[in-house]
Ligand binder design. Structure first.
Ligand code: ATP
Length: 303
C-alpha cells in the first residue's frame, strides 16, 4: 500500500471557470494535457506531439495545484500525487520504492496525471550537498527513467500458447505512419506534471527535451485576476451593497489567490463575530478590517 497522502487523490471536480484570471496558463494547459488526452487523433492529424511532462512554476498559493486538478477533471484522468515532504517522511530509506509504486499505480489507473508537488524538495540538484543527497539522487534517476519511459506499454496479445501458423495469421498488418503515431500517443497515457516555487533549484537533466519540457509560469494575480478571484470566492456569500470588490482588488497588490480566498473567509467570520449569528450580509468594513491585520504572502520581487 502507498503512504498516506501518496497516490490517487479523490477530489471534487474543478472546472477551469473556478480559477480566476490565468487565461494564458489555462490555454497552455488545455493544449498540453486536455487536448492530447481528449483529442489524440486531431493532434496527430495536425502533426503536433504532446509533451512528456509539464513543469509549472511560480509563487506559492497562486493556483498551481488547482490548475492541475482542473486539467485532470476536464480530461477525466485519475489524479495521483506526492510531495517532497510526503516522499521523505517518516523514513528516508524507501522513498524510491514509494515513487516506483506511485508510477505503477498511475499506469494501472491510466489515463492519469502524476502531480509532483514541490519537485525541488524531491530531487534537488545533482550537485547539491545534503544529508538526503544520496536518496535524492536515487529519486532523481528514477524519475528521469519514468519520464523517459512513461506510457510506453508493450502491446499485449490475448491468449497464451499459439502455434506459429496462428501467430502468422494473427500477425497485424503493418501500421501506417499516422496510425503508429496515434497508437503511441494513445499509449502515453500517464502524464507527469510537476510544480515548484524554485525552478532554479532543479537539476537541468529534468528539463531536457522529452522530459519536463513544457515549462509554464503561473504568475501572481494582477488587479483584474484578483477581482476575478474575489468574485469567485464571494459567489456564495451575501454581500452588503457597500462592498466594492474592485476597490479590494486594487488594495491587495501582494496577495496570492490563497490569500484572497482567506480574506473572503475571514471577512465573513468577522461579520459573524461582530454582529452575531443572525447577521445577514458581509459589509465592506469587515473586508477592510481583515486587510488591516493580515499581511500578504508575496513579496515585491515575486511580482
Ligand atoms: P503551493 O505552491 O503552496 O502548493 P499552489 O500554487 O499550488 O500553492 P493552490 O494550492 O492551487 O496553490 O491554491 C491554494 C488555494 O488558493 C486554493 O484553495 C485555491 O482555491 C485558491 N486560489 C489560488 N489561486 C486562485 C485563483 N486564481 N482562482 C481561484 N482560487 C485560487
Amino acid at each position: 500500500c502507498l503512504r498516506s497522502g501518496v497516490g490517487v487523490v479523490d477530489f471534487k471536480p474543478v472546472s477551469w471557470e473556478q480559477i480566476g484570471g490565468l487565461e494564458d496558463v489555462k490555454l497552455k494547459l488545455k493544449q498540453s494535457i486536455e487536448w492530447p488526452m481528449k483529442f489524440p487523433e486531431a493532434l496527430v492529424r495536425m502533426g503536433v506531439c504532446r509533451p512528456r511532462g509539464v513543469l509549472l512554476y511560480g509563487p506559492p498559493g497562486c493556483a498551481k495545484t488547482t490548475l492541475v486538478k482542473a486539467a485532470a477533471s476536464s480530461s477525466h484522468c485519475t489524479f495521483l500525487t506526492v510531495s517532497g515532504a510526503q516522499l521523505y517522511a517518516p523514513y528516508v530509506g524507501d522513498s524510491g520504492r514509494a515513487l516506483a509504486q506511485l508510477f505503477r499505480q498511475a499506469r494501472a489507473c491510466s489515463p492519469s496525471i502524476v502531480f509532483l508537488d514541490e519537485i525541488d524538495s524531491m530531487v534537488g540538484s545533482r550537485g547539491e550537498d545534503s544529508c538526503q543527497g544520496g536518496v535524492q539522487a536515487q529519486v532523481l534517476s528514477m524519475l528521469l527513467n519514468e519520464l523517459d519511459g512513461v506510457g510506453f506499454k508493450p502491446i499485449e496479445r490475448r491468449g497464451s500458447a499459439r502455434t506459429t501458423l496462428q501467430a502468422q495469421r494473427e500477425e497485424p498488418q503493418p501500421l501506417g505512419e499516422q496510425q503508429m503515431e496515434l497508437q503511441e500517443l494513445c499509449n502515453k497515457d500517464v502524464m507527469i506534471v510537476a510544480a515548484t516555487n524554485r525552478p532554479d533549484a532543479l537539476d537541468s537533466a529534468l528539463l531536457r527535451p522529452g522530459r519536463l519540457d513544457h515549462i509554464i509560469y503561473v504568475p501572481p494575480p494582477d488587479t483584474q485576476a484578483r477581482l476575478a478571484i474575489l468574485q469567485l470566492h464571494t459567489e456564495k456569500m451575501p454581500l452588503n451593497c457597500d462592498v466594492c470588490l474592485k476597490d479590494l482588488a486594487t488594495q491587495t497588490q501582494l496577495f496570492s489567490g490563497a490569500d484572497l480566498e482567506n480574506l473572503c473567509k475571514e471577512a465573513a467570520l468577522l461579520a459573524l463575530h461582530e454582529e452575531g449569528m443572525s447577521v445577514s450580509c458581509v459589509k465592506q468594513k469587515y473586508f477592510l478590517g481583515v486587510l488591516q491585520r493580515v499581511s500578504p504572502s508575496l513579496s515585491p520581487h515575486q511580482l
